[in-house]
Design a protein around this ligand. Structure first.
Ligand code: ZN
Ligand code: MN
Ligand code: MN
Length: 281
């Protein structure tokens, strides 16, 4: 697995490579803009140059982007849905400018319209974007979620339903978050449980379409439906759960990214990465 972490872009997107290098990352995840705001100012040419230079120097990759938390492609409200489609389109373009192939998104919340309607909305939104930007070479990765409230994506079936409604299926892939699937009720702490969970994933979605993994332990127990990340080995998943993922040969080239709490000096990331690498046989 290509171990890495989500890094801040404070000071410019290219600074994420400095942080990733300092922590000893092989791969990297970023927000291409402030994740709590709708708007973003376009990239300067100089920033794009610096990004490309640092990428070449550090050889860190794959790089994946995560979209803004404001975006809800499942919303039944037309104004928020349209705003979300526009914002997601801009995020796809920003990835394209940076040469990032993968944009991770949470499928969104149906906020009362029901699962079926919500999932159909996501497919429709993606079809619109694909038709509007036929040339764009960025794959949307639907992320598994913990299933809090009316959040969609807490079952592999949800993600399969979204993809079944998308015309250009090669523009969709998946991101598996270990904390989220555990909170959603999928166990993988023993080799047997891991094999069963990944068989379900493969049957419904295809392991060959799994392009990113978020490696987070969970502050809450199996099936809690709570999205609270914990440091590797310090939560309810524990080291045995991560041992399964990091030794799965099918995932050898997949980025395995931390989304755990960190301080400025990145000491927690350094420690979590050492823990993960120590689990590899
Ligand atoms: Zn996410
Ligand atoms: Mn995640
Ligand atoms: Mn989470």
């Amino acid at each position: 697995m290509r171990f890495g972490a989500h890094m801040s872009i404070a000071g410019g997107v290219d600074k994420a490579f400095d942080r990733a290098e300092k922590a000893g990352c092989d791969s990297l995840q970023i927000f291409t803009k402030n994740s709590n705001q709708w708007n973003a100012k376009p990239f300067d040419e100089a920033v794009l140059e610096a990004w490309k230079q640092r990428e070449a120097e550090t050889k860190i990759g794959p790089v994946v982007a995560h979209d803004s938390y404001l975006i809800n492609l499942a919303s039944p409200k037309d104004d928020l849905w349209e705003k979300s489609i526009d914002a997601f389109g801009i995020e796809l373009q920003r990835c394209d400018q940076l040469g990032i192939r993968y944009l991770v998104t949470h499928p969104g919340s149906h906020t009362g319209s029901g699962e079926e309607a919500g999932l159909a909305r996501v497919s429709e939104a993606l079809n619109r974007l694909h038709n509007d930007m036929p040339e764009l070479d960025v794959i949307t990765l639907l992320e598994t979620t913990a299933g809090q409230g009316t959040n969609l994506g807490s079952s592999f079936e949800h993600l399969a339903t979204i993809t079944s409604g998308v015309e250009d299926k090669l523009r969709v892939g998946y991101c598996l978050d270990t904390c989220h699937i555990f909170a959603a009720g999928y166990d993988f702490r023993t080799p047997e449980q891991y094999a069963e969970t990944m068989k379900q994933f493969d049957d419904l979605l295809g392991i060959d379409r799994l392009f990113a993994i978020h490696l987070n332990d969970s502050k809450n127990d199996l099936g809690s439906r709570k999205d609270r990340h914990e440091h590797i080995g310090q939560g309810f998943i524990g080291l045995d759960g991560f041992r399964q993922f990091v030794n799965d040969k099918r995932l050898a080239n997949v980025p395995g990214l931390l989304e755990t709490k960190k301080s400025e000096d990145l000491s927690e990331d350094i420690e979590n990465l050492a823990t993960l690498r120590g689990l590899v046989d």
